[in-house]
Design a protein around this ligand. Structure first.
Ligand code: GLU
Length: 425
């Protein structure tokens, strides 16, 4: 089969389907961010086995901004233990904008680590001085993304010049003894943390590490503890999308974090990390087109946490070679729900080990449900097989994939299981 994976083509479709979304405006409170090309767009995803799929301006680098906050928080927890961190930073959604000048009136603590007050406090917990904090964060990003991550010094310098609000917050925190270093030092470090330069591929891998319970899928390194990761994902779920958290949870329904450069990461525990990028922001400070892309991904991939959970085992139960009417055939026996992670491993198998026979049979008798992403991906896969000279047949007694055609609209033969039994046993 040709090299372009149907999953990559699916991601290209997500970009095409949101082409019309041009609302919102590029953030310009950091002057350098205002210079971004508003038409850039990218999407990437990584399954928990570490394969990254990406489409659009996937190599374009932008600053991580607030998407750094969850990783800093997780690192603070690994460093000091959860209790110490909870003593200093709450876990309640604030319903406020990211840079609100507020602390919880009862506790005097930042309400959560995803708004700036909490993130600045978190940053100060990472190390003993500015360089140590920033170096630890960069080292962490690099381990997660599997390449050396650096700071975009132009954006960092630009934000430092306009960082009055964050400085104000830091002085407020300092006044209540929440910071380990002086306010200027912490804000400089925090702004540099936010200016780490990444692309959607990096972010998808970083998110996939969280989806994988804290273990980087490719290196196998345990970066965060299982409990720390669970705690972080809970906080991302309730507080990750600023004052749009409720709308986000009901429509997209996965732990997520956005940044003002236009990125959003999302995590479906046990399955996948996703990342989208488009610089124009909505009134909440979240990427407008990014939110639309995430909604589509969530619907198609069945990502919403409150959907009945679908075990992410492989959809390929077994592969058999047999003969039908005297012709050699390869039979793929599929099982369970065809969700993103299960269909992904099947498609990869078909690309890595193309079927050796002209006749290819997909036995869907044991399949329960086929999600939209699996249907689209299967249609593309079928088209590739047919284009390469294969003949395809489906055994689908429960009609789990009604009216199935390949992505060029060609009908696919349907056989009954008797058809097989009569001929090959
Ligand atoms: N560096 C930005 C700030 O603190 C991050 C904001 C964001 O991405 O939401 O203002």
């Amino acid at each position: 089969m040709s090299m372009q994976s149907p999953i990559t083509e699916y991601l290209a479709d997500i970009i095409a389907a949101t082409n019309h979304v041009d609302s919102g405006a590029v953030a310009d409170y950091i002057p350098e961010l205002g210079a971004a090309d508003p038409n850039l767009v990218a999407v990437a995803m990584s399954t928990v086995n570490g394969t990254v799929y990406a489409s659009g301006d996937a190599e374009h680098r932008f600053t991580i901004q607030s998407m750094s906050k969850p990783f800093a928080y997780a690192l603070a927890i690994e460093t000091h233990g959860l209790e110490t961190v909870l003593d200093r930073i709450g876990v309640e959604p604030s319903g406020e904008a990211f840079n609100e000048l507020s602390l919880d009136p009862e506790t005097g603590k930042p309400r959560n680590p995803m708004i700036n007050a909490g993130a600045i406090t978190t940053h100060s917990l990472i190390g003993d001085d500015e360089d140590a904090c920033v170096d630890r964060m960069l080292a962490l990003f690099s381990r997660l993304a599997e390449r050396p991550i650096e700071i975009d010094e132009v954006v960092a310098a630009s934000e430092l010049e306009t960082g009055d609000r964050n400085l104000g917050l830091a002085y407020l925190l300092h006044a209540s003894n929440a910071l380990r270093q002086d306010p200027r030092t912490v804000v400089t470090g925090y702004i540099r943390q936010c200016a780490a330069s990444v692309n959607v591929r990096d972010l998808a891998l970083m998110a996939a590490t969280l989806a994988n319970g804290g273990v980087q899928p490719n290196t196998g390194e345990r970066v965060f503890s299982r409990m720390g990761t669970r705690h972080l994902l809970s906080v991302m779920t309730s507080c990750g999308m600023y004052d749009a958290a409720g709308d986000w949870l009901t429509t997209v329904g996965i732990p997520a974090k956005s940044g003002v450069a236009g990125g959003i990461i999302g995590v479906l525990p046990g399955q996948v990390g996703v990342a989208v990028f488009s610089p124009r922001l909505d009134a909440h400070g979240n990427s407008a087109r990014g939110v639309e892309m995430m909604k589509l991904l969530s619907d198609d991939l069945g990502l919403h946490l409150m959907e009945a959970s679908r075990p992410a085992r492989s959809s390929l139960r077994e592969t058999r070679t047999t003969s039908v009417d005297g012709r050699p055939a390869t039979v793929y026996v599929l099982q369970g729900d065809l969700v993103l992670s299960s269909i992904e491993s099947l498609v990869r198998e078909l690309i890595d080990n193309p079927p050796p026979t002209e006749l290819v049979v997909f036995d869907m008798s044991r399949v329960d449900e086929v999600l939209p992403v699996a249907r689209r991906t299967s249609a593309e896969t079928a088209a590739k097989l047919i284009d390469e000279g294969h003949q395809i047949a489906l055994i689908d007694p429960e009609n789990t994939i009604p009216g199935f055609r390949d992505s060029h609209g060609r009908a696919v033969e349907r056989w009954t299981s008797e058809h097989m039994d009569a001929t090959d046993r």
